[in-house]
Write a protein that binds this ligand. Sequence first.
Ligand SMILES: C[S@@+](CC[C@H](N)C(=O)[O-])C[C@H]1O[C@@H](n2cnc3c(N)ncnc32)[C@H](O)[C@@H]1O
Length: 251
Amino acid sequence: MSGMTPAYDDLVATVEAARSDRTRVVLEGVHAVKHALRFGAVPEVLLTPDRAALDALVAQLAPDLGRLDAAEVDGAAWERAAGGALPSPALGVCVRPEVDVTVLLCDPDPAPVVLLEDPTHLGNVGAVVRFAAAAGAGGVLVTGTVDPWHPTVVRGAAGLQFAVPPARLGDLALLDAVAHGREVVCLDAGGDTLTAGVLPPRALLAFGTERRGLSPALRSRAGRTLAIPMRAGVSSLNLATAVAVVLYAGA
Ligand SMILES: C[S@@+](CC[C@H](N)C(=O)[O-])C[C@H]1O[C@@H](n2cnc3c(N)ncnc32)[C@H](O)[C@@H]1O
């Protein structure tokens, strides 16, 4: 027996179930909760181990949100819901928005869309979503196995998946079918020098996997290939850093 009240049991069970439920998003920490709420998420569950600490943080970081309607739970329930230590006093669950890749790619807005080919580091994917949101990108597509809504990715992105929709792209062939009018711009250290204003409107910016870079299949779809200049001897930038530089310096 956990010793928890039945009410705590239900709340904790909802968070635990959400961790393996692809229709739900787990929001870990005040920043993730803050951005999710600010960009339209409606939490099904919101927990805190310390009501006063949460109120003080929200008043400081997000006064626009007012007082959050979070249930205060005891330490044992909190640890179970958080799956271990979570230093920030907020934990939430909400419904995962459905993102239609075709609709996202067909959007006529000039903002670029970022495509990550088979990324492996959850932290990189989170950082890319955060940069993409800050720079006003139209979306983040990901091939491979990483779930861009994984709790660690959501935490790395500070919940900004709700500001810029990420989605899995199962098949590169889908790009050929739905990316009409979007030029695929590959980013690779061997490309032409990236300069301000060089990106075409609605660019689909393709970045390679951390170890191997871009696949021949994606390279063959490129309208052009651009490089962030680097000092001689430096092989490459970190994936998320490269995305940030391109979104800001190429616009
Ligand atoms: C860590 S790098 C991959 C390094 C890999 N060893 C390679 O050969 O490409 C991950 C991705 O970041 C992007 N990137 C990193 N440095 C870059 C640069 N200087 N110019 C353009 N893109 C870069 C590329 O899309 C690259 O595939």
